[in-house]
Design a protein around this ligand. Sequence first.
Ligand code: M6R
Length: 436
Amino acid sequence: MRNASPLVASHTEDGSFIASDMVALLKYTKDYFVVPEEHIVVMKADSITLYTMDGGVEEPKMLHVDWDTTAAQKGGYDFFMQKEIYDQPEALHNTIMPRIHNGHADFSADNISDDIFKGVNRVIVTACGTAWHAGLVGRHLIEAMIRIPVTVELASEFRYMNPILDEHTLVVVITQSGETADSLAALRLANERGAKTISIVNVKGSSIARESDYVLYTHAGPEIAVASTKAYTTQMAALFALIGRMAVVRGAFNEEQEKAFVDALMQAPDAIQQVLDRKEEMHHIARGLLEAKDAFMLGRGLDYAILLEGALKLKEVSYIHTEAYASGELKHGTIALITEKTPVVALVTQERVRDKELSNIREVQSRGASVVVLVKDGIDLADADYTHVFTLPAMDDVAMAFPASAALQLLAYYVSMDRGLDVDKPRNLAKVVTVE
Ligand code: M6R
């Protein structure tokens, strides 16, 4: 019987199956149904029947996944996290290409009506963990390009803060699993209060996908490692597409701006591939962090948003306490923690804050910190002496989150692996958080 937690079921020639996640069934079948809330499934060797609580028989709504059966295997990689990092160019391609037609973002195949973008005077993005970080990147883009106020709320806080929501509010819920309890509760509150809702989801047919007004699937394929990688970059890609369409519908883009934006998005898979091709360079950099107890990541603007995710990645798989800081905030207290024992990773991809960022890097260097700089190709680092410099392929500043995130994922992966940890199953964590 389903009571809140996710449940999927299927029947094949080999019998009936039930699981909390479709990925577990993939070895046996690609056809399944989501057991609706407060329904009962009776499973027999030769049949499966769905009942309502009052005993009525209900026809299950069958779903089909087009993931191939090897998608949930390691396929020659040592860890799922490693495989999923490498899956990204293809996963991004699958997220982006069906939404671009003749150079325009287009959601006709997703049945998303343009009406959802009209009459909106505020956007609220809500999500948890990595998905929340994708929302922070989205906020920068929406505010810069569409000039609508955006707030990005932690879904676990959302229902306790009595949010102001009405029919002019667009609520975007981002989630890989589509079953995160806090995100689902946030969506239900938004629905109850009459906001327009759209979700960016990876798992087809999940609760959040079903309960949103509209859903944009990321098509990333199954993500098994607890640490989210390809789900995150495909969530950002889906947000880009959403922003591209919204900007057109609301008249915020001229032709040239739209073209530049769509072109940047389409370059994302290749930019990530270029970073992955230089994995050994990042492995070498990772060796310098193996003994660290604490680490800091510094950046400004979009770089800061990207680093919040980079820091979560490093801490959850390596157990190194890592904090991402908006570089300008450091001097308001945290710089007291910087010593020669606290490695710093600085991200410099945003041309307009380059000078300020370099000056913040000098401040931590003068306190003895070793600094790894991830820099957009073409940005001049002014010949200072850094411990390592990793050059990221140059894209439009707004799209630098793609190559930068791949580099940070590799860093976290190698530190965890070289510390001999269970990369895919960090302690105390679950892949899908279906409790509050
Ligand atoms: O399935 P969701 O995207 O809703 O999960 C939200 C978070 O639990 C998740 O992003 C978590 O922070 C990551 N697994 C961390 O890598």
